[in-house]
Design a protein around this ligand. Structure first.
Ligand code: SF4
Length: 224
């Protein structure tokens, strides 16, 4: 059975007590959060930030980045990994935004637009999936949604927020249905930290987990 809102509230309280304040990352402009999230795919935060800093140093304006030579951009973002995939993706995203926005890369309108409209716009950009869209919504725009990355997905499955057959796209819908709006971003932050430190891929350290008595998977593993 899925956790109730009161159980989820208790989870967030315990995660904050164990892992520190569950604050979201610093707020960035939508276009910046979007490109940063593309750079974060399949790498860690340190390498993502190195790639982002190198990219911004070489292309200080978004218009300059949109006009970048693909090979030069690949070199600039190489520290973040998968540069041959991410560079053309970034250029395709910026080209599509410019096409839709009449040549502009300004996404200010998202700050006052309906959540569903912003999400639909973002996921229809080339190479942008539900997690990237949710990161822009949650972190740049302060909207109540749960970005489901690999850690959140694993932890949420083990805690039975998600059934076994649920894919990542559907997981975003289910998490927003289950988690009260005021808890969504903090739950995301807490699950990422739990997933990195305790509920790791492979065998989780359930004995050290603050959610053990609330977790069906932990009950099986610890009892085993
Ligand atoms: S009890 Fe174990 S499986 Fe459950 S959330 Fe904690 S670490 Fe993960």
């Amino acid at each position: 059975m899925s956790p109730s809102p009161s159980t989820i509230r208790e989870m967030v309280r315990r995660l904050a007590r164990r892992l520190g304040p569950l604050d979201p990352p610093p707020r960035r402009e939508p276009i910046e959060e979007l490109i940063l999230t593309v750079l974060s795919q399949n790498t860690n935060d340190v390498n993502r930030d190195r790639a982002f800093a190198a990219m911004r140093e070489r292309y200080p304006t978004w218009e300059g980045l949109a006009a970048a030579d693909e090979r030069a951009l690949v070199e600039a973002i190489r520290p973040g990994g998968l540069a041959n995939t991410k560079a053309p993706r970034i250029l395709a995203i910026l080209a599509e935004i410019a096409r839709r926005e009449g040549g502009s890369l300004d996404l200010e309108w998202m700050k006052t637009a309906r959540l569903d409209r912003v999400r639909a716009y973002l996921v229809s950009l080339p190479g942008v999936g539900p997690k990237t869209a949710a990161c822009v919504l949650a972190f740049s725009l302060g909207r109540p949604t749960v970005p489901v990355d690999t850690h959140v997905f694993r932890v949420a499955r083990r805690l039975r927020f998600l059934d076994d057959g649920v894919d990542v796209a559907r997981a975003h819908v289910v998490m927003d249905e289950l988690v009260p709006a005021s808890l969504r971003v903090r739950l995301h932050v807490g699950f990422i930290r739990l997933g990195r430190r305790i509920c790791r891929a492979g065998r989780p350290d359930c004995d050290a987990c603050p959610l053990l008595d609330l977790c069906p998977t932990g009950a099986v593993l610890v009892g085993a």
